[in-house]
Structure formats: C-alpha cells, structure tokens
Ligand binder design. Structure first.
Ligand code: SAH
Ligand code: SF4
Length: 376
C-alpha cells in the first residue's frame, strides 16, 4: 500500500523525501500543503516541483479516515465517528467556545486500562492508532470546519487539542509523539505547547519520556485520594501507585510548558465524592504538586452501575479544595445530547473488541445511531 504522508512529522517527511533524492525544503513545502492547506491531491500543490509530484504519485498518499457519522449538538459541539477498519471506529469531538475551538482526539481503538467509570475502558482494547490516524482526526476537523464556518484565510478553527478521546495516549507513545510534534510545528498546525494537552491515567515511565521528548500540557486522571480506592477505579494504579504518580508529576513540571498539572476527578455518587475524600485529596497533593483540579460530572452508561454525584455534593467537594487554596473548576458537560461527553465516546459502536467476531468468525457490522444532523 502507498505510504501515508499523514504518518510523518516534519523530520520524518524530510527523511522520506531525502530517500526520494529531494531536499528538506521540498518536504517543508509538502508538509505545508498537507497540514496548512488541507490538500491531498499532489497535482494541486502548485509550487511543488513537478519532479517531486511525479515521484509521489503511486507511491505516496495523503490518506484521511472515512467519516462514518457526524452528529451536531444543540450547544455547537460536533462529534465525528471515523472508520479505522476491521469493525473499529474512533471519535473526535469539536467543542467551540467564545475564545477557542477545542478538538478532543482519540489515540486508540478501545483502551486496555479498563477504568470502572469509562465506557471505552469497558469495551476493551482493540488496537493502537497510527500517527496518521491520530492526525487524520485533526486534519479533517480543521479543514472541514474552516470551510463550514467560512473562516478567512489564515484563521484557524481549532486552537486547542486535548488527547482526551478514546484510549490512553501514553500507551501509544510511539505514534503519539510525531502527532504532537506536527500539532506544534509552525509548518503544521502551529499550536502552542500550552494549548496541546495529553491526558493520562498515569503511565509513569512515559510521563518521564514525554517531558524529555515533547513537553506539552499534562492532565492526570486522579479520581481517588488514596491507593485502595484508586486501585478499584483506575486499575493502572496497582502498577503505578499514587506516591510514584505524584513524584512523576513533580518531575514533569520541571520542564512543562505550564506551571501546573491539571488533575481530573470524575465525581461518582457515594464512591469518591464526600467531603472526607476532598480533605484527603488536599492532604495528598498540597505542598507536593502545583496543580489545578477539574471536577468532571460522571457521564453514566448502563454497564457501569455508577451514578453521577448530585450538584450539591460537587459544590461541597469543590469548596473544600478551593478553601485549601487549590484552584478548582467544575467541567461543563458538552454535547450531552449526542453522547459526546467524556467517557461516552463511541458508546454506540458495539463490540469494539471484536470478541464476537473472533468467536463466531462472522464479519461484524458497526452499529451506529443515525446522525442527529443540523449545523450548529
Ligand atoms: N485515557 C486518558 C484520556 C482519555 S479519558 C485518561 O484516562 O486520562 C479523558 C477523561 O475522561 C479522563 O479524565 C477520564 O477519566 C474521563 N472519563 C472517562 N469516562 C468518564 C465518564 N463516564 N464520565 C466522566 N468522565 C469520564
Ligand atoms: Fe482508558 Fe482513560 Fe477510559 Fe481509563 S478513562 S479506560 S485510561 S480511556
């Protein structure tokens, strides 16, 4: 199959072009056509040497992901479901706000971490996405939205990327890093390090590698103030317990683009949401890590057996944290009506693990809800 040029960061593309006997500046031109202008067809890349265009035809491609469905929420959130083959699908969600446009991007089909409260985790792990499949989500969303929103030339639709879609990005490190570099590259999407966030359930060794290789903003999914509870909610905690995780956060901050870590905390009724939990959390992090808290209302799904904490519970919890001097926000849920909120992604795609197909050797059909349609 032809090489997918979306699989390369700029250095990778330069090495590929060098293999074709072309200089780096040609790779820069090509990279800009692909990522800044959203052009797939080499014939349209007007200032690219004809000799290079001829060499690329037949051996290379800019291969986007097929879009299975698009759903637009009444609040402006748009969710796309992309086909990644073999009955697997991943999602990206665009969240417009007054001063920014955020794209939530997936890193894996499924997830192996298996958090109790996450529907992606419940459905198991299918496979890692390649760099090109991670970038294809951004490539499509950026160029589609520019057209759809009628943005003037040079204006970006997406100003922020959060790796908070399906999957654990730090368990797909080798594909992730070139994708992040392309997001940051001035010849690519030109996003600042502060506006690209990797969210992790706490893969400690890879947090250390990320700070060396590509320090972007970091969010850590905490969800519990002690190891006993976190072991239950985030099984990865048994491998990398809280003390190790917090030390890794401290190390990350030494080279981070932000001077704080964002701790995400999903509020689960009667499980992790009492004021006693909040006080334990304060004792855990205070004087140890510069951090902010983002309290996420749990988005329920039937198989979890869990419930969202009531509003007053969340407020009381937040008050304990803020009284202790910890900056705390409560996340607004967006795209609720199209299941685009955290942990609901691709909840409508059945059997992502392909278990049934392996057992029965029958091809599986992707079942998706019809798009609700309508532009925001
Ligand atoms: N695997 C990474 C990133 C993807 S999940 C991580 O765990 O950080 C992105 C965020 O959504 C995480 O903070 C995760 O804990 C949260 N999340 C998962 N399921 C959720 C649910 N059902 N309701 C609310 N938040 C959820
Ligand atoms: Fe995986 Fe993150 Fe979901 Fe946990 S919360 S199962 S790490 S995607």
């Amino acid at each position: 199959m032809a090489v997918n040029l979306l699989d390369f960061d700029l250095d990778g593309l330069a090495a590929y072009c060098e293999g074709l006997g072309e200089k780096r500046f040609r790779a820069v031109q090509l990279f800009r056509w692909i990522h800044q202008k959203g052009v797939c067809d080499f014939g349209q890349m007007s200032d690219l040497a004809k000799s290079l265009r001829d060499k690329l035809v037949g051996v290379a491609q800019v291969r986007p992901l097929p879009v299975l469905t698009e759903q637009a929420s009444s609040d402006g959130t748009i969710k796309w479901l992309f086909d990644v083959g073999d009955g697997n699908a991943v999602e990206a969600v665009f969240i417009p706000e007054d001063d920014r446009g955020t794209l939530c991007v997936s890193s894996q089909a499924g997830c192996a971490v298996g958090c109790r409260f996450c529907s992606t985790g419940h459905q198991g792990f299918s496979r890692n996405l390649g760099t090109g499949e991670i970038l294809a989500q951004l490539w499509f969303a950026e160029h589609h939205l520019r057209q759809r929103l009628g943005l003037p030339a040079g204006e970006r639709a997406i100003t922020n990327v959060v790796m908070m879609g399906m999957g654990e990005p730090l368990q797909n490190y080798h594909a992730l890093v070139p994708a992040l570099r392309t997001m940051l590259d001035d010849h690519g999407y030109g996003l600042s390090r502060r506006r690209v966030t990797v969210s992790t359930s706490g893969v400690v060794p890879m947090m250390d590698r990320l700070r060396e290789d590509c320090p972007v903003a970091l969010a850590v999914s905490l969800h519990a103030p002690n190891d006993a509870l976190r072991d239950e909610l985030v099984p990865l905690n048994r491998k990398y317990p809280l003390a190790e995780l917090l030390e890794a956060c401290g190390r990350y901050l030494e080279s981070a683009p932000r001077d704080f870590i964002t701790f995400e905390y999903c509020m689960l009724d009667g499980v992790n949401d009492t004021e006693a939990h909040a006080r334990e959390l304060v004792a855990l992090v205070r004087d140890r890590v510069r951090c902010k808290f983002n309290l996420i209302p749990f988005n329920p799904f039937p198989a979890s057996g869990l419930k969202r904490s009531g509003r007053e519970r969340v407020q009381a919890f937040a008050r304990v944290l803020t009284d202790a001097g910890l900056v705390t926000t409560v996340r607004k849920t967006r795209g609720d009506d199209i299941d685009a909120a955290c942990g609901q992604l691709a909840g409508e795609v059945r059997d992502r693990t392909n278990v049934q197909r392996r057992l029965t050797r029958q091809p599986i059909r992707i079942q998706v809800r019809p798009a609700s349609g309508g532009a925001p």
